[in-house]
Design a binder for this molecule. Structure first.
Ligand code: ATP
Ligand code: MG
Length: 181
């Protein structure tokens, strides 16, 4: 991994109920790719709609790789999977995240929706804190999702809370291709 020798990696958290957490992380990826950085994105709770991201990210290959590890939308959109399925998917994502972080081959690792996985009790907060504490010196970690745990916020270097002021959903408008997925 190419890192500036004295630069410790940052822990970056995008949380809150407003739109823009995952897209903020993706924007960071675009910027970092401009500098030739290598990035790995691990999606903890897959949205079945996120085709836009998947297609777009393939254009950022080989610098950016993505693993879609979740078991689909949780608790919404007719989700009829037992919680145990979501739990085992999130646990697999956690194991994958640990392998990737330990291997130290990426400048940035994005753990998309990991905050939700913790909030829903699918993974233990202690495991997330261990991931953060054990990251290689120069690796940046990005954790997205609503309801970031206060202990994650506590150890983070950069925390942004997206706050909903308005969203078309409030007027009953459905998701739009290219904007929401
Ligand atoms: P995005 O992926 O657009 O950056 P996000 O990561 O902040 O959004 P999530 O909580 O991951 O938001 O929700 C995923 C989906 O829900 C996306 O399609 C997003 O556009 C939509 N969404 C996000 N915030 C809101 C909101 N406040 N009201 C309604 N829908 C929302
Ligand atoms: Mg998101």
């Amino acid at each position: 991994m190419t890192v500036e020798p004295d630069s410790r990696g940052l822990v970056i958290v995008y949380t809150g109920n407003g739109k823009g957490k995952t897209t903020a992380a993706l924007g960071l990826c675009v910027r970092a790719v401009g500098w030739g950085n290598k990035i790995r994105i691990i999606q903890f709770i897959k949205s079945d709609w996120e085709y836009g991201e998947l297609k777009g990210i393939t254009r950022l290959a080989p610098e950016v790789d993505i693993d879609v590890m979740g078991a689909g939308c949780i608790g919404i959109l007719g989700d009829d999977k037992p919680l145990e399925d979501h739990r085992s998917a999130a646990q697999r994502a956690l194991v994958k995240a640990r392998e990737i972080i330990d291997a130290g081959e990426y400048n940035i690792v994005v753990l998309d929706e990991i905050n939700i996985a913790t909030h829903m009790g699918l993974i233990a907060i202690d495991n997330v804190l261990q991931l953060i504490a054990g990251r290689p010196h120069g690796m940046h970690l990005v954790l997205t999702g609503r309801y970031a745990d206060p202990r994650v916020i506590d150890v983070a270097d950069l925390v942004t809370e997206m706050k909903e002021i308005k969203h078309p959903f409030q007027k009953g408008q459905l998701s739009r291709r290219g904007i929401d997925y």
